[in-house]
Design a protein around this ligand. Structure first.
Ligand code: HDE
Length: 747
């Protein structure tokens, strides 16, 4: 039959069905016309949000057999099956009559549902919750004396993909829980991919990888009821860390403000282990990797973290992407602490193979060797952030491993875990994992093989493929001929690993009074959530070995006696670099909430808005309703705004309560107290005050602060002009918070 006739026949059949069944049989094809704005013929797709693309693909895609390279769907005109056949209808399954059963022969139905049924892959066993971004790394050239790694050469630019994560929570858990954060970076270097798989905390809970299942089983939800989600505040976690006391150092970092970062952009990153660098001359140096955020280290308050978990569980993810889209590209410097490669692998008495120890920066300064800028949001979460696969064994020439027993175990685990998670050995061919260096391996076949390999001799030696490929060459990775001590096989740690308390005390002693208060409260909260008395008492015994004041404070909060130390308290030299209080930082990407309504000085607001943008910050106007106030767009309303998303608050008005506003409180007689400012704005001010944020007001906004009794208080600016109010608030923002507002009884 000619094409035209087939088409006519199909249309006639469809008309017949419609004529027979429409409006006569319940469930018959609808005669209701589609909504007017649904396009009925192909048209150009909406422009993409920004120019996105996956890293350049250097490995075969299958294009060599004449097929177009695999690209994202939903660009073309017509819907097709996975086989490229055009589809006429994707809204109704093929049935024996409109009320009949679905026919097994409906390939499109089966293909669509089957694919959907298999959309999910196992989430990561740890670090399941994460957010990624693309960027570029530029070397400073300052590391060329110690490593031959080409990506660290001066001015060399290398594309990167970074994934930040929490550790304990499931994929859908909240971002702001108290936890360690992952900071994993994939450098697509010309010499092969380098994965720096670090955390925002420089030490780890365990000294030997064989304990990893134990700490993770203890931290994950209880196996019977699967609660609590993404929390360490429960019995099994504290049971383990109080028994396995090498975990105490990492645990205190978690209890400090480092456990609740303000943003991924304000986190430090650490490679944790000591690595071995090799230069062109073959000389080796031991090194620890550090990421230093341009915006400084900054954390949430515990109350903010809890609020954010409810009002915006995607708080960190949103912050990262909003900042990139606003052009406030997150930046870090990569730094190295360098140590001579001596046979005992220690520095200043610190065992460099012990991953529960830091080397204070005051003893070994962090030397900047390059800059990382994140400048592109992924196009597709699953394809990139979910499928990215990191591995410590992905090392370029010039960087090698040490015998740290935690690192050694990780070298096994990361490859192993991808085999299940990404379903087979070819995960390196997934676009986000493809190296940018040319690949010429002899790996063949396996599930999900994407490459169409040419040649007949994927083995060595061979003569059939001309002997190719040949190993070696000047640029090849060299396994360093490091001497391995002649020693008996044992299941044991070096004696130097036995000190579990001195560096915890060093961390505690390095904190400012405010940070110490926060640590005490975190222990009090977490242990207060435990049920077992024996666990609380055991953890108090650990705290007694760290610091008697800390122990006494936590004990009081738990209503238990403070025990005596069982080991002598270490004498330590505090490391000021560990505190996040006392420095000033640039305001890039900080968010200023501005409360407006029609009565505000709108030209002043417009000026402030422009100046906030000009300073590289983000203004968000908070109005009584959506849409516009005057000529100004409102981004948040009194109903949608919550204090956590603002780093500082500016009040341009004193908005009257909405007619249905619930009075803030009753007087003793039960009569509502007169409320003359919208209670939601009062709540905003109250929370910003409690969370030690800068608050400014001009025009009518000053009345709100006056009414709240805040005029003249620390970190509160009332000014005649909008510009003066902004200047005052911006100055305060540089220190991140108005620290003196927190009570500080500890020194
Ligand atoms: Fe991991 N870790 N880890 N880890 N880790 C994983 O690998 C593991 C450790 C870290 O965004 C898993 O691909 C063992 C330290 C990050 O995709 C798994 C041990 C540090 C990420 C694994 C450790 C990390 C992971 C799960 C003890 C900081 C997220 C999924 C020896 C230096 C990477 C995956 C991403 C992920 C094993 C300890 C950082 C199971 C056995 C120490 C940032 O392979």
């Amino acid at each position: 039959m000619e094409a035209r006739k087939v088409k006519d026949a199909v249309e006639a059949a469809a008309a017949k069905v419609a004529e027979v069944f429409t409006d006569k049989v319940p469930g018959a094809p609808s005669s209701v016309p589609p909504p007017v704005d649904e396009p009925t013929t192909p048209r150009d797709p909406l422009p993409p949000k920004s120019e996105h693309g996956t890293p350049e693909n250097r490995t075969p895609t299958g294009a060599e057999n004449g097929a177009p390279p695999t690209v994202n769907a939903q660009h073309g005109e017509y819907l097709t099956t996975a086989q490229g056949a055009r589809l006429r209808d994707t809204d109704h399954s093929l049935k024996a009559g409109p009320r009949g059963p679905t026919l097994l022969q409906d390939h499109h139905f089966r293909e669509k549902i089957t694919h959907f049924d298999h959309e999910r892959i196992p989430e990561r066993v740890v670090h399941a919750r994460g957010a990624g971004a693309h960027g570029v790394f530029t070397g400073y050239g300052s590391a060329t004396d110690v490593t031959r790694a080409g990506f660290l050469r001066q001015g060399k630019e290398t594309p990167v993909f970074v994934r930040f994560s929490t550790v304990l929570g499931s994929r859908g858990s909240a971002d702001t829980v108290r936890d360690t954060r992952g900071f994993a970076t994939k450098f697509y270097t010309d010499e092969g991919t380098f994965d720096l798989v670090g955390n925002n905390i420089p030490v780890f809970f365990i000294q030997d990888a064989i304990k990893f299942p134990d700490i993770i089983h203890a931290g994950k939800p209880h196996p019977d009821r699967e609660i609590p989600q993404a929390q360490s505040a429960h019995d099994t976690f504290w049971d383990f860390v109080s028994l396995h006391t090498e975990a105490q150092h990492h645990t205190m970092w978690n209890m400090s403000d480092r456990g609740i970062p303000r943003s991924y952009r304000t986190m430090e990153g650490f490679g944790v282990h000591t690595f071995r660098l090799v230069n062109e001359a073959g000389e080796t140096t031991l090194a620890k990797f550090h990421w230093k955020p341009k915006l400084g280290v900054h954390s949430l308050t515990w109350e903010e973290a809890q609020l954010a978990s409810g009002v915006d569980p995607d708080f960190h993810r949103r912050d990262l992407y909003d900042a990139i889209e606003a052009g406030a590209f997150p930046e870090w410097e990569l730094g190295l602490q360098l140590f001579p490669d001596t046979p005992d692998e220690t520095f200043a008495g610190i065992d460099l193979l012990d991953p529960t120890k830091i080397v204070p920066e005051e003893l070994a300064p962090v030397q900047a060797v390059g800059k990382l800028v994140l400048n592109r949001v992924p196009s597709n979460f699953f394809a990139e952030t979910e499928q990215v696969a990191f591995h410590l064994g992905h090392l370029p020439p010039g960087i090698d491993v040490t015998n740290d027993p935690l690192l050694q175990g990780r070298l096994f685990s990361y490859l192993d875990t991808q085999l299940t998670r990404l379903a087979g050995p070819n995960f390196h061919q997934i676009p986000i994992n493809r190296p940018h260096a040319p690949v010429n391996d002899m790996l063949r076949d396996g599930f999900h093989q994407q490459a169409v390999h040419a040649g007949v001799a994927p083995y060595r030696p061979n003569s059939l493929d001309g002997g190719n490929p040949f190993p070696g060459g000047d640029d090849a990775f060299l396994d360093l001929p490091v001497t391995v001590a002649e020693a008996p096989k044992v299941r044991a740690n070096p004696v130097s690993f036995d000190d579990h308390y001195s560096q915890v005390r060093l961390f505690w002693q390095s904190m400012s009074p405010v940070e110490k208060e926060h640590i005490v409260r975190a222990y009090a909260f977490e242990l207060g959530k435990c049920y077992e008395q024996a666990i609380k008492e055991r953890q108090l015994r650990c705290l007694a070995n760290i610091d008697p004041v800390l122990c006494a404070q936590v004990a009081t909060s738990l209503g238990l006696p403070a025990p005596e130390p069982t080991v002598p308290l270490a004498t330590v030299e505090p490391s000021p670099a560990l505190s996040q209080v006392g420095q000033e930082w640039p305001p890039d990407g900080r968010v200023i909430g501005i409360v407006v309504d029609a009565d505000a000085d709108l030209s002043g607001v417009a000026t402030v808005r422009r100046d906030v943008f000009a300073a590289g910050m983000v203004p968000l106007l908070i109005g009584p309703h959506g849409g516009m106030v005057g000529d100004l767009p409102v981004q948040r309303t009194f109903a949608t705004a919550r204090s956590v998303e603002f780093d500082a608050l500016l009040l341009a008005t004193a908005p009257a309560p909405a007619p249905d506003a619930i009075p803030a409180r009753d007087d003793k007689a039960g009569a509502p107290v007169a409320v003359d400012v919208d209670p939601r704005v009062q709540l905003l001010v109250d929370e910003c005050w409690r969370h030690a944020k800068a608050i400014g007001a001009f025009g009518g906004g000053s009345d709100v602060l006056e009414g709240a009794g805040l005029t003249g208080m620390p970190g509160v600016v009332t000014a005649d002009s909008a510009t003066a109010a902004l200047t005052g608030v911006s100055t305060l923002l540089a220190s991140h918070r108005v620290w003196e507002r927190f009570p500080a009884t500890l020194s």
